[in-house]
Design a protein. Structure first.
Length: 171
């Protein structure tokens, strides 16, 4: 299937293993910590500036995700999505888009049902083999280490929006 980048309206991202490196760290009080890459965050911000709608889709619920989502201008966060395919129709309805108008960035088997249904499917470098096999694009960077930024730049360039959102940096 040929990817029609100009048709992409919504970018959905998995969190653990995509926006983070997949490690979960607990502090001495039992609080969960995650590590986010600032370059990924700026890539998401650039997509926001370009007019893409943005969503996070995570199998876990985590208080810090809502804060990080706010920092990155994420439009909607879907948590506790153990079966992501069950949530997918709701996301399409919420954003009034068709599957072919969606870019999804994932890394593990839980993401595979959506990877197989969207217009532009991205697997991070360290994604599971089956996920990489079904993706339209595999990043050179690992999850939580610039993979989302890489995918954002590619999407922005292929959709013709890169110059618009980066012009002020090249003055």
């Amino acid at each position: 299937m040929e990817v029609k980048f100009k048709n992409i309206k919504l970018v959905i991202m998995d969190v653990d293993g995509v926006l983070t490196d997949g490690r979960i760290v607990y502090d001495d009080k039992g609080r969960e910590l995650k590590f986010f890459d600032v370059t990924d965050g700026f890539g998401v911000t650039l997509m926001h500036r370009a007019g893409f709608k943005l969503a996070l889709l995570s199998a876990k619920a985590s208080p810090m995700l809502k804060r990080r989502a706010k920092d990155m201008h994420i439009d909607k966060v879907y948590l506790d999505a153990i079966n992501k395919l069950e949530i997918f129709p709701k996301i399409l309805k919420d954003f009034k888009v068709k599957p072919q108008e969606v870019c999804f960035i994932g890394d593990d088997l839980i993401d595979l049902p959506i990877i197989k249904r969207v217009g532009f499917a991205v697997a991070v470098k360290d994604a599971q083999d089956d996920v990489r096999k079904k993706a339209h694009y595999i990043t050179k960077k690992a999850g939580g280490r610039g993979a989302v930024r890489e995918a954002a730049e590619m999407l922005l360039k292929k959709s013709g929006k890169w110059a618009q959102v980066t012009r002020k940096y090249f003055l």
